[in-house]
Design a protein around this ligand. Structure first.
Ligand SMILES: [Zn+2]
Length: 164
């Protein structure tokens, strides 16, 4: 399944189950889409990684493979390897704005040098982030469930079925 692509700052509408008033899109990049690029700082990567470790709005399967050529997206940091592409993240901004991003965001920023909007980066820097309990309370208040992100293990590579 192809993932939808949305302009930064547009109203979030990818899944009606995960909509909340004031939710806007960030980082829904697609193949052939132009987007602002800038080499990321370690601070930015570290901030995004905090959110990447928790999945919000999980989908049934890995549904993202547009921008990248590899079959799966695994990102590793601080000894933790996560399988990305089947969930989203939420970042709370000021004045009631909620940012919805695919959890591929870390990959997009690290590898493709996607430059997220300034207001989003400010929200990362200034607002409570996971694992702060206040962050999870805000998710709960919106009726959003979360779980720990999928840890990647080599056994996730399914063996091919052998013919008899
Ligand atoms: Zn990629």
């Amino acid at each position: 399944m192809d993932m939808a692509h949305f302009q930064d700052g547009s109203d979030y509408c990818y899944s009606e189950y995960f909509e909340a008033p004031g939710t806007v899109n960030v980082g829904w990049l697609g193949n052939g889409m132009s987007f602002p690029r800038y080499p990321p700082s370690e601070e930015l990567l570290s901030l995004i990684w905090q959110y990447t470790q928790f999945s919000v709005a999980r989908a049934r399967g890995v549904h993202y493979r547009d921008l990248c050529t590899s079959a799966r997206c695994v990102e590793e940091r601080d000894g933790l390897a996560l399988l990305l592409g089947a969930a989203e993240m939420r970042v709370f901004g000021s004045e009631g704005v909620i940012y919805a991003a695919p959890n591929m965001l870390y990959h997009y920023v690290r590898v493709h040098h996607y430059q997220p909007p300034e207001a989003f980066v400010r929200a990362l820097q200034e607002q409570p982030a996971p694992p702060d309990p206040f962050y999870f309370e805000r998710l709960s208040a919106l009726g959003l469930e979360w779980s720990e992100a999928l840890v990647y293990t080599p056994s996730m590579i399914r063996p091919r079925l052998r013919p008899d």
